[in-house]
Design a protein around this ligand. Structure first.
Ligand SMILES: Nc1nc2c(ncn2[C@@H]2O[C@H](COP(=O)(O)OP(=O)(O)OP(=O)(O)O)[C@@H](O)[C@H]2O)c(=O)[nH]1
Ligand SMILES: [Mg+2]
Length: 404
């Protein structure tokens, strides 16, 4: 009888221990709390843990627990092996491609989206005898691609003269003719050097501005990769304090290539974050500080004044060597209006035209440059991390016309 009672007691104890173990297992979570942003903080890049599938905690302990799912034998307490305190150091940062030759690699994206322009023009030009109607068609095609009236008139005139000279031209000749005329319209002599180098012992400072959703943060991230790929050291400034997510977005870009991000409190003063970023860059003696700003409508004068202030405050420490206006190519001629207002506020020195992979409006490059005299310096050709290329007129024209 006593034996039975003892056996029952042992069973009960075993059962309670088993149940409590199961409950604890469900509760074993680890929190990798981010530093809640208070004031301006410097975020040191970490090797990108995200690249490893299903990272972190339970991995080392899981096999131990799975080995005994039903039968609970609590003779010895389970050994819980905690993951190492910090991530293992290693060559985890990505090494992006250098900027040289990027447009050649990405040119097919342009041809795909622009096929209407290149193919349309070549079809007309290949006709035996070009009538007035044909030339009108050429004109319409160029206008539809946002080339703008003045440039279109000029291109058509030059094409007409050339076509007369080349009375019996082959397809390859016509293609070359078209590429040459488009290249000429793209301002091949404009200076497209990016002001990213150190000057007078101070880092190059790049301010990135534009309307909401144009692709600023993505461009800053991609630009950091271009610079790292070209062997430069970089600090990023998350002066979009409007949303915390914006700083997170930028930080993620920086972390992947081992670049520091200076960020501020949500709702904080963007000028002081930009100031702090430049100060950090000066202390660390980096080559370039790139400052992302919040999207703003060019029609809101208060927000445009704020941008002016960001620039002025930064310049108390180091001159802004490049102001990049990011324009979404799909917005067409409105880009020209935006560019005019932004340049009044912060003296834009270069345009980044994004989303050229998804539009047939590549001609906007011509209008922006002509009407404002500001060179397009970079173009975005996709959402991938290395889908940003320095603008090269000849390569771009080749892309617009498509493979012959
Ligand atoms: N297809 C394509 N998408 C792009 C390109 N550049 C940016 N995008 C996308 O455009 C969207 C907006 O990009 P963001 O960089 O967040 O734009 P933003 O100007 O910083 O936006 P705000 O900060 O809200 O003003 C994202 O989904 C990007 O992936 C590009 O060249 N091609
Ligand atoms: Mg942004």
């Amino acid at each position: 009888m006593e034996y039975v009672l003892i056996a029952i007691a042992i069973l009960v104890v075993a059962l309670i221990t088993g149940v409590s173990l199961l409950v604890n297992r469900g509760r074993r979570t680890f929190r990798l709390d981010e530093d809640a942003a208070s004031g301006t903080t410097l975020t040191r890049p970490r090797p990108p843990e995200q690249t490893e599938p299903a990272p972190t905690q339970p991995a080392p302990t899981a096999p131990v627990e799975q080995a005994q799912p039903d039968t609970v034998q609590p003779e010895a307490p389970p050994e819980v092996e905690l993951p190492p305190a910090g991530p293992e150091p290693g060559p985890a940062f990505e090494t992006p491609l250098p900027s040289a030759g990027r447009l050649v690699r990405l040119r097919s994206r342009l041809a795909r989206s622009q096929s209407s322009l290149g193919r349309g023009l070549l079809t007309v030009l290949a006709r035996e005898k070009l009538t007035e109607d044909d030339w009108e068609e050429v004109e319409e095609t160029l206008l539809a691609a946002d080339v703008g009236v003045a440039a279109t008139t000029q291109i058509v005139e030059r094409l007409r003269t050339q076509a007369m000279v080349l009375a019996t031209a082959s397809g390859a000749d016509l293609r070359e003719l078209l590429v040459r005329e488009l290249t000429a319209a793209l301002g091949p002599d404009m200076d497209r050097t990016l002001g990213t180098d150190r000057r007078d012992g101070r880092p190059g400072v790049v301010l990135v501005v534009g309307v909401n959703g144009a692709g600023k943060t993505t461009t800053v991230g991609k630009l950091a990769r271009v610079l790292v790929g070209d062997g430069k050291s970089v600090v990023l400034g998350a002066a979009d304090t409007f949303r915390a997510a914006a700083a997170d977005q930028l930080e993620t870009w920086g972390e992947r290539v081992g670049v520091l991000t200076v960020r501020g409190r949500e709702g904080g003063d963007p000028a002081s974050v930009a100031f702090e970023a430049v100060r950090t860059g000066m202390e660390a003696e980096v080559d370039t500080v790139v400052v992302d700003t919040a999207g703003r409508l060019h029609t809101k004068s208060g927000l445009m004044d704020e941008l002016g202030k960001v620039k002025r405050v930064v310049e108390k420490q180091a001159p802004v060597t490049e102001v990049l206006l990011v324009l979404d190519a799909t917005t067409g001629q409105n880009g020209v209006v935006q560019a005019r207002v932004f340049t009044e506020a912060v003296d834009v020195t270069g345009v980044v035209l994004t989303k050229l992979d998804g539009t047939a409006k590549g001609g906007i490059v011509v209008s922006v440059q002509r009407e404002l005299g500001i060179p397009v310096k970079l173009i975005g050709l996709g959402e991938g991390p290395d889908d940003l290329a320095p603008f090269e007129p000849r390569e771009f024209a080749e892309g617009l016309v498509g493979e012959g």
